[in-house]
Write a protein that binds this ligand. Structure first.
Ligand code: HEC
Ligand code: HEC
Length: 159
């Protein structure tokens, strides 16, 4: 009895799958790569150049880790060495004329200044990032504090 029901069941399931004309290859939503369908893999765009203009960028707020204005490709930062510190350490900055890492990079988590760079701040690219020559993927309407204060002053001046 059971054996004879199974094939019937299977038939039913396959029958359903064939019957629903489901669009398996629907157009994909336009995300970071526009066009294409769900099953299609489009070629990856070429990796854009790292910005290397050597011009400091404005910070959005004083506590912001500044973005890196130079290329860092090939710079080693691991347990054996830290290329960034050859230029940015206290001693290195005089030789390289790079800005010295600030006092916060020498503080432990209790705010105690140490003699050497704090382990907390050893892996620079945890907080500092280089930039690429690309258009932003999403719009950004961030307003910094100066713009907010100006807006407020302008509003207050209105009758
Ligand atoms: C060969 C020396 C050199 C090395 C190595 C180097 N830098 Fe720099 N860096 C500079 C100089 C010089 C500047 C000043 C702006 C410029 O000329 O690019 C700078 C600027 C910066 C700034 C911007 C500071 C500010 O106030 O806006 C950051 C952040 C930075 N570097 C991080 C890094 C990190 C992280 C690494 C390692 C991955 C690194 N740098 C490796 C020389 C160096
Ligand atoms: C945990 C996050 C963090 C790490 C890791 C870190 N930084 Fe920073 N860095 C900051 C922040 C936040 C600032 C801005 C405020 C300040 O000076 O503390 C800053 C500021 C700087 C500046 C500008 C200093 C100035 O006086 O204008 C330089 C240069 C810099 N960092 C380089 C480095 C290098 C090189 C490393 C790796 C050895 C590193 N940072 C690791 C967070 C970090």
């Amino acid at each position: 009895m059971k054996l004879s029901v199974l094939p019937l069941l299977l038939l039913g399931v396959f029958g359903l799958a064939v019957a629903t004309d489901y669009p398996l290859d629907a157009p994909a939503p336009d995300g970071r790569r526009a066009g294409g369908t769900i099953s299609q893999s489009l070629p990856t765009p070429a990796i854009a150049n790292e910005e290397n203009k050597d011009l400091k960028r404005e910070r959005n707020y004083p506590e912001q880790p500044p973005t890196i204005p130079h290329s860092i490709s090939g710079y080693q930062v691991d347990a054996n060495g830290n290329k960034c510190l050859t230029c940015h350490s206290r001693a290195g900055s005089a030789r390289s004329q790079a800005p010295m890492i600030s006092i916060t990079h020498y503080m432990d988590r209790d705010g105690q200044p140490l003699a050497a760079v704090a382990p907390l701040r050893y892996f620079c690219t945890q907080c500092h990032v280089s930039q690429h020559e690309v258009k932003p993927l999403v719009e950004n309407d961030f307003q910094n504090i100066d713009q907010l204060l100006q807006g407020e002053a302008a509003n207050a001046a209105k009758p």
